[in-house]
Design a protein around this ligand. Structure first.
Ligand code: PLP
Length: 463
C-alpha cells in the first residue's frame, strides 16, 4: 500500500514526542516537558492553535514570525492547490521560470531602491547569499555584525552571530568582528582597517527586541559607503509588514545595499527567502556567462514557494495587514506601557508594530528583590520563562523569551491579530504580573523548579 497521509496521522497520533526522542534532537521533548509545553497540537487557524483536548491557544509566537498572514490562510492554501493542479514543469533548472520572475518583480515594486532578487529557501540561506555578494562585490573579506545579532545558524551566518552561546565550539568561523548595536564609534574604527566588506544589521534585534536608534542606520550607511563597504539589512524577521512598514528600515530613511527577507513571505506553508540587492552587486557577482551558477540553489524559485510568496503579498495588500500591524502594535505597546506603571519588575516596553519586547529587571522593593535576584542569579532569563509558562498554562497564550540570558518577553503575533486578542493578551499579562507581585503565590515556586531543571541541563554550548 502506498503512502496515505490521513491514515498515518490517525494511526500514529500521539507518537511525536517518542519519535523525536528516538530519532531527532533528544533534548527537544525533555525541554518542552519541563516547561509544560508538551502539547499535542491538532490544528491551527488565523491567530489560534488547538490541542488534542480541544483547547484553543492564542499564538503570539507565530512560528517565530512565519505566520504573518495567520495560520492556514485559505488564499495561500488555494494558491498552493492551484499550483499543484497546474502540473507545472517546475525546477527544470535550465529555464527561466515565470513565477520567480513575477515574484521578483512584485518585491522590487515594493522596494524600488533595489533591483535584483536572489531566491533561497530559508532565512539563513538568504544571509549566506548576502555575505557572499558583499565579499565578492567589494573584494574585501570581513563582514561586521552587532553584539547580540542573530542571522541564522549555518556556518556563514554563525560567523556574524553576536552571541557566544551559539558560536562556541563551531570555530574557526569567517573573519568578521562585532560592533556595538546603535553606536558608530566601533564601526568607524573597524572601517579604518580597510578590509570591511559590509555591516550586517537587524533594524530591530530579534534576541533583545532593541530598535536601532534614530539615525543609526543612515549614518552607518554613509560611513560604510565612504569606505567602499555595504550595508546589509537583515529583515528576515522584521520584513513584510511586521513592524508597520513593508520593511522596517523604511522608518530610518536608509537605502541598504542588500536586504534579506524570509519568514512571512512563505505564507507559513512553503519555505522561501530572498536577498534583494542592486544591479551593481549582481553585475560583479554574475559578471559573465561562465559565472551564471556561481551562487545558486536547487530549490530557489520553485513554483510552490513562489506561489506562496505571491499569495502572501496579495493578502498583505488586500487585508491591509501593514496598517493593522501598525495600529494593533501601537495599541498593544501603549496599553502595556500603561499597565507596566503598576509593576516594578517591568523596566521597559519597546518595539515597532507587532514585534514587541517587555523587559524585566531588578525590582525596587526588598520583598520582590528577595525573590527575583536569586532566580536571575541562577540563570538570567528564568524570570521571563516563568512569565511565559504562566501565560501558557493559565491563559492559553503562546509567547517566548527573546533570547538566552536576557529577561525580555517577546511578542510576535500574526499580523492578522485583532484588537480583542490584543486586549486579551494585556489582561492576561496583568493577571500574571499581579500574581507575581503577590509574592506568596505559587508562581515563584514554579520559577524555582525551572532553576533546578536549567542547572541540571548544564552548559548549552562547548567552551
Ligand atoms: N535572520 C534573522 C533576523 C532571523 O530572525 C532568523 C531566524 O530567526 C534568521 C536570519 C534565520 O532564518 P532561518 O531560521 O529561516 O534560517
Amino acid at each position: 500500500m502506498g503512502f496515505d497521509l490521513p491514515s498515518v496521522l490517525q494511526a500514529r497520533s500521539g507518537e511525536g514526542a517518542a519519535l523525536w526522542s528516538k530519532y531527532l534532537n533528544p533534548q527537544t521533548s525533555p525541554v518542552l516537558r519541563s516547561i509544560g509545553f508538551d502539547k499535542r497540537w491538532e490544528r491551527a487557524e488565523a491567530s489560534y492553535l488547538y490541542d488534542d483536548a480541544g483547547d484553543r491557544y492564542l499564538d503570539y509566537l507565530s512560528g517565530f514570525g512565519v505566520f504573518g498572514v495567520g495560520r492556514s490562510h485559505p488564499s495561500i492554501r488555494r494558491a498552493l492547490h492551484e499550483a499543484l493542479d497546474a502540473g507545472l514543469a517546475d525546477m527544470v533548472q535550465m529555464d527561466t521560470p515565470l513565477l520567480a520572475g513575477v515574484l521578483a518583480e512584485a518585491l522590487i515594486e515594493r522596494v524600488p531602491t533595489l533591483d535584483r532578487v536572489y531566491f533561497a529557501s530559508s532565512g539563513t540561506e538568504a544571509v549566506e547569499a548576502a555575505l557572499k555578494f558583499a565579499r565578492y562585490s567589494t573584494g574585501k573579506p570581513r563582514v561586521l555584525y552587532c553584539d547580540h545579532a542573530f542571522h541564522g545558524l549555518t556556518a556563514g551566518s554563525l560567523s556574524v552571530n553576536g552571541a557566544k552561546e551559539f558560536r562556541g565550539g563551531f570555530g574557526p568561523l569567517l573573519p568578521g568582528g562585532s560592533v556595538p548595536f546603535g553606536d558608530l564609534g566601533g564601526l568607524t574604527s573597524e572601517l579604518r582597517k580597510g578590509d570591511v566588506a559590509a555591516l550586517i544589521v537587524e533594524p530591530i534585534q530579534g534576541k533583545t527586541v532593541r530598535v536601532a536608534p534614530a539615525e543609526y542606520l543612515s549614518e552607518a550607511a554613509d560611513l560604510l559607503h565612504r569606505n567602499g563597504a555595504l550595508l546589509i539589512c537583515d529583515e528576515v524577521q522584521t520584513g513584510l509588514g511586521r513592524t508597520g512598514r513593508f520593511l522596517c528600515h523604511e522608518y530610518d530613511g536608509v537605502h541598504p545595499d542588500i536586504v534579506t527577507i524570509a519568514k512571512t513571505l512563505s505564507g507559513g506553508f512553503v519555505p522561501v527567502a530572498a536577498a534583494l540587492t542592486t544591479s551593481q552587486v549582481f553585475e560583479k557577482v554574475y559578471s559573465s556567462m561562465d559565472r551564471v551558477l556561481v551562487h545558486d540553489s536547487t530549490y530557489g524559485g520553485n513554483a510552490l514557494a513562489m506561489a506562496a510568496g505571491l499569495a502572501t503579498l496579495a493578502i498583505i495588500d488586500d487585508e491591509g495587514l501593514i496598517a493593522n500591524a501598525a495600529l494593533i502594535g501601537k495599541r498593544l505597546q501603549s496599553d502595556l506601557r500603561a499597565a507596566a506603571e503598576r509593576y516594578e519588575l517591568v523596566t521597559d516596553v519597546r518595539g515597532r508594530g507587532l514585534m514587541i519586547g517587555i523587559e524585566f529587571g531588578r525590582p525596587s522593593s526588598r520583598r520582590l528583590r528577595n525573590r527575583y535576584t536569586p532566580l536571575t542569579f541562577a540563570r538570567r532569563g528564568l524570570f521571563t520563562q516563568m512569565v511565559v509558562c504562566a501565560l501558557f498554562e493559565q491563559h492559553k497564550i503562546l509567547t517566548q523569551t527573546a533570547g538566552d540570558h536576557v529577561d525580555v518577553l517577546k511578542l510576535l503575533p500574526p499580523l492578522v491579530t485583532t484588537a480583542d486578542e490584543a486586549s486579551y493578551f494585556v489582561e492576561s499579562f496583568c493577571s500574571v504580573m499581579d500574581s507575581i507581585q503577590d509574592s506568596t503565590r505559587p508562581l515563584w515556586h514554579f520559577g524555582w523548579g525551572l532553576t533546578t531543571r536549567a542547572t541540571l541541563r548544564g552548559p548549552r554550548t562547548p567552551a
